[in-house]
Write a protein that binds this ligand. Sequence first.
Ligand SMILES: [Fe+2]
Ligand SMILES: [Fe+2]
Length: 281
Amino acid sequence: MTTMLFPTLYERLESCRWNMRSSIPWHEFDPSKLSERQKHGIKMNAILEWSAMPTAEMFLRDNSHDVDFSAFVSIWFFEEQKHSLVLLEYLRRFAPEYLPTEQELSAVRFSFDPAPPLESLALHFCGEVRLNLWYRCASLYHSEPVIKSIYGILANDEARHARAYCDYMKKELGRDGLNARLAFSKIGVLMTNARMNKAMHPTNLHVNKTLFPNDTVNGRLPDPDWLSTWLDQEIQFDSEWEIGVEKGILGNLSSLLNEDFKNAHALRTYRKDLTKNTEMA
Ligand SMILES: [Fe+2]
Ligand SMILES: [Fe+2]
């Protein structure tokens, strides 16, 4: 018998819920502190957040055996759509010429191939850790007060999502320990691979063989190069920030797996030993 996490997660997330009208300092908008390129970035980010829609569809389809996690997806999906909506509302108020069209939003809704649920869970946990730091970095980068505040609010939501996914990972370890260890360490190794770091966000992965190569969320944005340019040249998500992502992933995996992963190499060694022992058994 396992305990459902949905009721406590609902309480936790409800108690932190922000309000579109009253939590955003809309009246502080300062047009002199917002460039055309920044407006473009906010548009791309609004479309990127909209891609929670196909992800939620994937989660519900691949977790038909798990009512607890599926119930949580309703909250997660709501909050991610709200992230898109607050960016759309910002554009509607201050840069309506940059509002995405319905077709541009539809382009990121496409079917993902079925994926192993434990790996998807770990992948999205790592994705939320990364997103939290991207948005913290974006909040520091922007000087326009309203968007600065929005990115701070979104960063906090993404951190809470990472924690919720982590809680489900913990539950899976209690339910199917070995398979969960194999899946989580596999994804952890991929997501802390320094050479691939920036690529390793769910929105950069190929997720539908029949649409290849047009099957990544980022590739379906009106500006497919936006994310990497934004990270490298605009918000300047540099190696210091990357270290933060790695620390976040390794720290959580350490406590989940009851290990002490001081660096990505330690996790790789753990994964290798685990695979070897499993094959021998
Ligand atoms: Fe989000
Ligand atoms: Fe999130």
